[in-house]
Each structure stands twice: as structure tokens, then as C-alpha cells.
Design a protein around this ligand. Sequence first.
Ligand SMILES: Cc1cc2nc3c(=O)[nH]c(=O)nc-3n(C[C@H](O)[C@H](O)[C@H](O)COP(=O)(O)O)c2cc1C
Ligand code: SF4
Ligand code: SF4
Length: 251
Amino acid sequence: MKFSIVYFSAAGHTEKVVRHIAEQLGGVDRVVDLSDPFLKACDFSKDERVVVGCPVYGGRIPSIVAERLGKVSFDATRVVTLVTYGNRAYEDALLELNDVLLTRGAIPVASAAIVAQHSMAPSVAADRPTATDYQNLSVFSRFALQKYDELHAVPVQVPGNRPYRAWSKMPVTPVVSGKCIHCGQCIQKCPTMAIWITDPKKTDPSKCILCMRCVAICPQQARQLPAQAKEAIEKKLAPVAKLTRENEFFF
Ligand SMILES: Cc1cc2nc3c(=O)[nH]c(=O)nc-3n(C[C@H](O)[C@H](O)[C@H](O)COP(=O)(O)O)c2cc1C
Ligand code: SF4
Ligand code: SF4
């Protein structure tokens, strides 16, 4: 049996983990990419098997994930869920993701919080997930498989608090250097269409969610966080940069 995947992955780490799990379980069938600004409404039947993942932003799920999951409906479909986070903390994100999915009709039956390179400070958790992390994920996948087949689906308990922690993004957008060759990739791939279609140097701060996709994909490394913001983030993350956090799995 093949597995469907539903994910938001700005810098690519979450997508890799979600795909790894689905591939371990039998292969990828349907793909729903929540970063697509033109995402069409879709639904999953009771018998489909789905893996859902997103990154952690400020201990929460990105607000765009909750918004775009509003277009995805489930019919008591069992889902395996995961969040990836950059070695600081995942706080309420996994709980929030599972809560949103329950409201959409899904039943989260197994969940994971996985450490991945920090997309805002790539020197933090730079090598995660490691080969060992992927081995652990393969074991998790085999346990998760049993959860899809159990007679009664019971929602998995995960850590986190309600109300979820408050978080707002830094009031900055990536800036563009003279190395830009106007290839347009950042314009096409921005999940919120925040970059001016005719001028990649202009970003709409009211639309930009600071997801870092444009920074990660720019072939010229022309898009970067403003130097001051970069410095502030690296300083804030310095204490956690030295820690090796363990992945966590819940059944
Ligand atoms: C706006 C923003 C906020 C983030 N907040 C957190 C956080 O609260 N805790 C953490 O450990 N990592 C945090 N991260 C790091 C990401 O959760 C992590 O790098 C994730 O794997 C990125 O997934 P992606 O590559 O699929 O986009 C944040 C990243 C961004 C861009
Ligand atoms: S991806 Fe980089 S090089 Fe291409 S338009 Fe955007 S900033 Fe310029
Ligand atoms: S402009 Fe903002 S929202 Fe768009 S890809 Fe870049 S960081 Fe993400």
C-alpha cells in the first residue's frame, strides 16, 4: 500500500523526513504541498494512509499551515504526524498540528518531533537529521504502520500546552545583494507570493512569513537575512547550538 504525504517545508528539511517515512512504509502516492499558494481543496478517504509534517516556528506551527490545512479534509483518516525543529524546542507545535488535523477530520495515531538544521541559523544542528536519525525514523515508521491497522484508532497524546504559546515573527524580510541575476526562482517559489513579480529586490513585509525558502534556494546566495537580524538570531541560539537534542516519538 502506498502513502500520501501532506507537508509544508520551506527549506526542504521537513519534506525529506516526511518522504523518508512514506518511502519506508511502501512508497509515496499523493502529494499535497501546503506551500503552494494555489493549493486546491482536496480530501482523503477513511482507508487512505497519510503522513503530515511541518516545521516549528516559534514553538508553534507556521500559521500558514493551519490556514492551508483548511483546504484539506479527512474522513476519520489515520495520519502519522511530525514536526521538524532546529534544536531549540518544539513546545506546542506538535500538539497544535494534531489539534488542527483533528478539526479537519483526521485521527493522528503516531507522532514525532525531529531535529533538523535550523533554517534561520544553518550552523545550528547543521548535520541533522544524521544517518542515525534516519535509522530511528525507519524504526518509528514500522511501529507507526501497526497504528494504521489497529482495530480502533485512538488519538496519540503529545506534549504541549493550550492555549498555545504566543509568537510573532521578527519584523524583517530577507534582503537582496548585488549578486542577484534576476533568475526569478525566489519569486516563483515563495509560498506567500511576497516577492514582487517584476523586482526580486522588493519583498512585501505584510506577506513574508520569514520561512527562509528564498534564502535556501537562491542559486547566487543573493538573498540573506539582514545582518543585524542574523546576528541577533545566532546570539539567541548560541546556548542551544552546543546541545544534541534527541528526536522524540509518540504512539
Ligand atoms: C521563522 C522560523 C522560526 C523558527 N522557530 C523555531 C523554534 O521555535 N524552535 C526551533 O527549534 N527551531 C525553529 N526554527 C527552525 C525550523 O523549525 C527548522 O529548521 C525546520 O527543520 C525547518 O523546516 P523546513 O526546512 O522544512 O522549512 C524556526 C525557523 C524559522 C524559519
Ligand atoms: S533567486 Fe536569487 S538570483 Fe534569482 S531572482 Fe531571486 S534573489 Fe535573484
Ligand atoms: S519572501 Fe519571505 S515568505 Fe517568501 S520565500 Fe522569502 S522568506 Fe519565505
